[in-house]
Design a protein around this ligand. Structure first.
Ligand code: C5P
Length: 241
């Protein structure tokens, strides 16, 4: 039977490190220094917009990739984007749940179909609920009500469309677990030892997020911008052991 990545258990190492730079040499040096200490590494819009699939392939990553491009478009376009993204061999990729039921369903199905064609494992398609940077004030400006209510609505929509993993802030882990149980994978950015200080507003520490029920933790600047990124990552891992 084919194996799908959404069925894999919580990894021994839940840290996904966000390599947010458009400079391949910088990304390469991060990868060289801590790829073996990370569960997965994440490449997003900053790197991908400049270097694309070829740039990702050139990195020859020694570990698994989370390609975080947060697709949000009509279903047909998202299908095509997912097929293209899978040329990177990524283990996880992202769409916005707010793209709607048909888009989420198309994304989940396309990942499976394309994996069958390529004879590879299907990546875990994650639906982003509400960006961890959004405060209640900003969410209200967009037209959303209470953040927790909105996240639960989007989670329900995505899960109902066949999505097996969600991106949420640490503050919504517990309500999502209470409503939807443990079958859905939760990938959680907004990991900070202390809140405030940058654009992330809905944050908790790594230990708090794991205690609340996170499967994976996405950490960028606290590691990559530390004086010693490898030590910073080891310290984070140690805090969980
Ligand atoms: O540097 P920092 O730890 O804030 O990095 C968080 C990473 O997670 C960034 O690459 C950001 O794009 C991504 N992300 C996020 N919030 C989401 C989805 C993804 O911060 N809801």
């Amino acid at each position: 039977m084919r194996e799908y990545l959404h069925t894999i258990p919580m990894p021994h190492n839940p840290f996904i490190i966000a390599l947010d730079s458009n400079d391949p040499a910088t990304v390469k040096s991060w990868v060289n220094s801590f790829a073996h200490e990370a569960g997965l590494v994440k490449l997003g819009l900053e790197f991908f917009t400049m270097h694309g699939i070829a740039g990702v392939q050139k990195l020859e990553l020694p570990c698994g990739l989370f390609l975080d491009l947060k697709f949000h478009d009509i279903p047909n376009t998202v299908k095509g984007a997912i097929r293209s993204a899978m040329a990177t061999g990524c283990e996880m990729l992202t769409i916005h749940a707010s793209g709607g039921h048909s888009m989420c369903k198309a994304a989940a199905e396309t990942a499976m179909e394309e994996a069958d064609k390529r004879n590879t494992k299907a990546p875990l398609v994650l639906a982003v609920t509400l960006l961890t940077s959004l405060s209640q004030q900003e969410a209200t400006q967009i037209g959303y009500g209470n953040i927790e209510t909105q996240v639960l609505k989007l989670a329900e929509l995505a899960i109902g469309a066949g999505i097996k993993g969600l991106v949420c802030s640490p503050l919504e882990i517990a309500p999502i677990r209470a409503r939807f149980g443990h079958d859905v994978k939760l990938v959680v950015p907004g990991i900070r030892a202390q809140s405030g200080g940058d654009d992330q507003t809905r944050t908790l520490s790594a230990a708090e997020a794991v205690k609340a029920g996170a499967d994976y933790l996405v950490v960028g600047r606290p590691v990559t911008q530390a004086q010693n990124p490898l030590e910073a990552l080891k310290t984070l891992r140690h805090a969980l052991s």
